[in-house]
Design a protein around this ligand. Structure first.
Ligand code: T1G
Length: 689
């Protein structure tokens, strides 16, 4: 045998154990010995039954994603599955941890699946721009029915062991001694004898009469695909399981898989899978982690309350401080209401709501923060206010406590310098709503200690956030690049584009919404206040705000929102205002193409990203992609701005930026040296340190 696959015997039952840390991915060095073991046990007359189990923390969590895009070494997973499924002896998969993708498909080729009570089972390939390519789209419907299989495969969301048992995906769930019980299960099956029906021959859960309902569900899911090919292909493959004989459906699955795996969208989504994990890696050998048991949050407003919920949702007790009892009660009431909404929606149980609320302790006394290990302030975005808060924290926080600011823009070095412990100070830039949005920009100040940074990165992942370490500059990575993306918005309006046209160019690109719809949603008054604070103006947005048109919250912004509707309707008054402002500036309207809109918004976005890499505000181009996909809705099928630049062609981007720079003389179009260098080298890799 090999180090990765071993076989033990328990009487007539052979146990094949896979051991390929950290997640038992079905890499080539696992597949080869696994195939050998299965063929040998199949032909061994001493073997009455076979159990497939895994060492370590999980059953096989999938094919080895790093192998995609390269020639697949034999034996492929599909060949192993075919051999395993054809074995007449009872075969049992013993599932613990997360049986995902090719791992679950391996288990589906056994006669029986038994699971640990804490196990999760799923086919998440759609999140990689793929579909289950090991027969999952044809076998899963045979066990759980086509509609349940459709929901699981198109969402990619795993289900727990209890749900899997109820659905027919597993045959037994055990609280302990999984492998021993799997062996007994296999032994009993062998003793009983008879024919064991492979999943491929199970037809009792497939019902063509389900097709109309299935097609309705599939059509609903297709609406949410937003240009992604994989969800559509997943639905087609599952539909084939109902309408085609097994082998034809399997062949059709293979055809669909090959089309997806070679496409840009899957390359983009596989890039993001690894980019998210790379972003969480802090340079520095064996950094220690500080103990984090209790969290302090200062400010119970929208951001503070959301941040407090984010930690409570991750199981951490939270001390929430406000300046007055009344403000504190208001904040706690909002938190309670938010949880009540989740319970009403069915996404949270009453018990879980009670448990989470039990984690909160409110106070107006800074001394109550003395036992907190991490304290996050979410007070008014004003340097003087932040410094006052950090001064008080410096006085009460225990030695070694991490002091974090939630500032979106302010200089974290300056805040750190206002304390006696700059090594413990960093930024935790949450995105609103903080209990929902995945992205967490972790701002590394000049003096932030590496162990403090490593501690909060690990903590962020533990509470379900996607952490990205960024350096100190105005707006860090996301908001700084957002400013570059929006710099030409007004110019485009004044030159003849309408808000709808610009927003449509964005949604056609794959953004969830365009900049004007987004502004109306967030509230135009926020940008107005920021511009006034910085002595800046925006002719059209300022004029709208002066008329009290703040967006959805006032029923009017760039668009009209009649009778409280959230659907934006173009407003002739706004278009007249734009034309009047343009006329004042002597700008004659012209037709502006969608391409021009993309060039004057997304190309400056990429140029700013290149500047951020030059300044080492981001360590990797892929970190910038992680920020934009998880914080701003950049379409996952395009992999983030820096990955997409490669798809678009950096040379083309440079040429068009040069063109607009010559046309307008504007600084945002001046190509930064790194971007020009990329146009030659063609890759971002290995550029930043
Ligand atoms: N292939 C290669 N590496 C993987 C991997 C995989 N499938 N899954 C995880 N890793 C690496 C990961 O990059 C990281 O590496 C380390 O393992 C720990 O991962 C034919 C085509 C299982 C829930 O999509 O969801 O099967 O950073 O940090 O938070 O139909 O990993 O340490 O160097 O995520 O505890 C389908 C992907 C594949 C599951 C564990 N399977 N993995 O989460 O650890 S396609 C998936 C996960 C497929 C078949 C199709 C998670 C996890 P490093 P981690 P975690």
């Amino acid at each position: 045998m090999s180090n990765f696959v071993s076989v033990t015997r328990d009487g007539g039952v052979a146990v094949v154990s896979i051991d390929n840390p950290p997640v038992n991915a079905l890499s080539f060095h696992v597949r080869e010995p696994l195939m050998q073991a299965l063929v040998s046990l199949r032909d061994d007359p001493e073997v009455a039954a076979i159990v497939i189990a895994c060492a370590g923390r999980t059953f096989v969590a999938g094919a080895d994603i790093t192998e995609f895009g390269k020639p697949m070494q034999q034996p492929e997973l599909r060949a192993i599955i075919a051999v395993l499924e054809a074995i007449a002896k009872p075969t049992v998969a013993a599932i613990h941890g997360t049986a995902l993708g090719g791992g679950l498909e391996l288990a589906l080729s056994c006669h029986v699946r038994v699971a640990d009570a804490g196990a999760k089972l799923g086919l998440p390939e759609v999140k990689l721009g793929l579909l289950p390519g090991g027969g999952g789209t044809v076998r899963l419907p045979r066990l759980v029915g086509a509609e349940k299989a459709l929901g699981m495969i198109v969402s990619g969301t795993p289900i727990g062991a209890a749900e899997a048992l109820a659905a027919g995906l597993v045959d037994a769930v055990f609280d302990s001694d999984l492998t021993a019980k799997a062996i007994s299960f296999a032994r009993d099956m062998a003793a009983k004898g008879g024919r064991f029906t492979p999943v491929r021959d199970r037809l009792d859960r497939l019902d063509p009469a389900e097709l109309p309902e299935f097609d309705k569900q599939a059509a609903e899911l297709a609406k949410k695909a937003r240009g992604l090919e994989a969800p559509i292909a997943c639905a087609q493959a599952v539909r084939n399981a109902i309408t085609l004989p097994f082998d034809e459906a399997l062949a059709a699955e293979r055809t669909l898989f090959l089309k997806l795996v070679g496409g840009d969208q899957s390359r983009a989504q596989r890039h993001l899978f690894f980019a998210e994990r790379e972003a969480a890696k802090i340079p520095g050998k064996d950094l220690s982690r500080r103990k984090i048991a209790r969290i302090g949050v200062i400010g119970a407003g929208t951001m503070g309350g959301g941040i407090a919920m984010a930690f409570a949702n991750g199981g951490y007790p939270v001390t929430l401080l406000e300046t007055s009892g009344e403000a504190l009660q208001r904040g706690l009431a909002t938190i309670d209401k938010n949880y009540a909404v989740s319970v009403a929606r069915g996404s949270l149980s009453e018990e879980a709501k009670r448990q989470r609320l039990g984690l909160f302790k409110g106070t107006t006394d800074y001394n109550d923060l003395a036992d907190c290990d991490l304290i996050v302030e979410a007070v008014f975005e004003e340097m003087a206010v932040k410094k006052e808060v950090f001064g008080r924290l410096d006085a009460v926080a225990r030695p070694g406590a991490i002091l974090a600011t939630n500032t979106s823009y302010l200089d974290v070095n300056e805040i750190a310098a206002s304390t006696s412990r700059p090594q413990d100070v960093l930024g935790l830039h949450f995105f609103s709503p903080a209990n929902v949005m995945k992205l967490l920009e972790i701002v590394r100040a000049e003096k932030t200690a590496p162990d403090a940074l490593a501690t909060v990165v690990e903590l962020a992942r533990r509470i379900g956030k996607v952490p990205v370490v960024v350096g100190v500059c105005h707006g860090f990575v996301g908001n700084r690049m957002l400013a570059a993306r929006g710099a030409e918005s007004e110019a485009l309006l004044l030159e003849g584009a309408t808000p709808s046209q610009i927003d449509r160019a964005f949604t056609d690109f794959g953004w969830p919404m365009g900049p004007f719809q987004m502004g109306d949603l967030a509230g135009l008054d926020i940008g107005w206040r920021n511009r006034k604070a910085r002595g800046q103006t925006a002719a059209i947005a300022d004029a709208l705000c002066e008329q009290g048109r703040f967006g959805q919250k006032t029923g009017r912004g760039f668009y009209l929102y009649e009778n409280g509707s959230r659907v934006p309707a173009p407003d002739p008054d706004v278009e007249a205002l734009i034309r009047a402002k343009a006329a004042e500036k002597g700008i004659a309207p012209r037709t502006i193409s969608a391409d021009e809109i993309i060039e004057r918004t997304l190309y400056p976005l990429i140029n700013e990203g290149a500047k951020i890499l030059e300044e080492k505000i981001s360590a990797r181009a892929s970190d910038i992609d992680v920020v934009w996909v998880n914080g701003y809705g950049f379409p996952v099928g395009k992999g983030g701005p820096m990955f997409w630049a490669g798809l678009e062609g950096v040379d083309k981007i440079v040429a068009r930026l040069d063109h607009w720079h010559e046309q307008t003389g504007k600084e945002i179009f001046r190509v930064t040296p790194l971007l020009r260098q990329m146009a030659v080298s063609g890759s971002w890799e290995g550029v930043a340190s």
